[in-house]
Design a protein. Structure first.
Length: 112
């Protein structure tokens, strides 16, 4: 398990190497119809887009599908409850965690 450092800003782009794979992440915030901001993510693996506009949700692994090629999964964890991430708490209240393939399997089974 590895924590990916994020800034407390509504829009950010970062590059990380996970399991030897070069991953580009772009996080951005957009308002929903009820006025609440929702955080979204675009991902590129080895400079190839693997998902765009993926909603960032508490406890839901990204990307959703294994066939997209990322060795493990990314997961937002709310350190104070179970709310979906908001940019104002990135890096403190909401942490972005990388799970290895083995950890991802354990998470799906509920053993991690």
């Amino acid at each position: 398990m590895q924590t990916i450092p994020l800034q407390t800003t509504a829009n950010q782009t970062l590059q990380v190497i996970l399991e030897g794979q070069n991953l580009s992440l772009r996080f951005y915030s957009r308002p929903l119809s009820d006025g609440i901001d929702r955080l979204y993510c675009d991902m590129a693996l080895e400079q190839q887009a693997i998902c765009r506009g993926c909603p960032c949700l508490d406890g839901v692994c990204m990307p959703l599908y294994d066939y997209l090629g990322l060795a493990g999964k990314l997961l937002f964890v709310d350190m104070e409850g179970d709310a979906d991430p908001h940019w104002s708490g990135l890096g403190s209240r909401w942490r972005l965690i990388y799970l290895t393939p083995e950890e991802s399997t354990a998470y799906k089974r509920g053993t991690i």
